[in-house]
Design a protein. Structure first.
Length: 105
């Protein structure tokens, strides 16, 4: 399965557009609270533990996107967009939402 943020993949012309495909992953309630509570500890720096959690959530969402596209009969997803949003009461959870166009190349 080819995944791309571009609207075409060089050398792989789109034969059929199958439609929009989406995927969402929500990270548990304590993540965002902990993240913002500890933000003062990492001002000006990076938090590798939180980056790892965000990376894992994005990878899970991409895997789910791939599965859904395969069920549609696609062998590629183009125009992928990845969004991060806080959801729930007082932004208590983080959602990674991914969308793209399932295609056959």
């Amino acid at each position: 399965m080819l995944l791309s943020t571009t609207h075409q993949i060089e050398g792989y012309p789109v034969q059929t557009y199958l439609g929009v495909v989406t995927s969402e992953v929500i990270i548990g309630a304590n993540f965002v609270k902990d993240f913002f509570a500890k933000i003062t500890d990492v001002v000006g720096g990076r938090s590798s533990s939180y980056e790892s959690i965000l990376y894992d959530a994005k990878e899970k969402a991409l895997k789910e996107l791939e599965k859904r596209a395969q069920r549609m009969g696609a062998n590629a997803v183009i125009g992928i967009d990845i969004d991060y949003e806080t959801v729930g009461g007082k932004g208590s959870m983080l959602m990674v939402a991914i969308s793209g166009t399932a295609v056959i190349v």
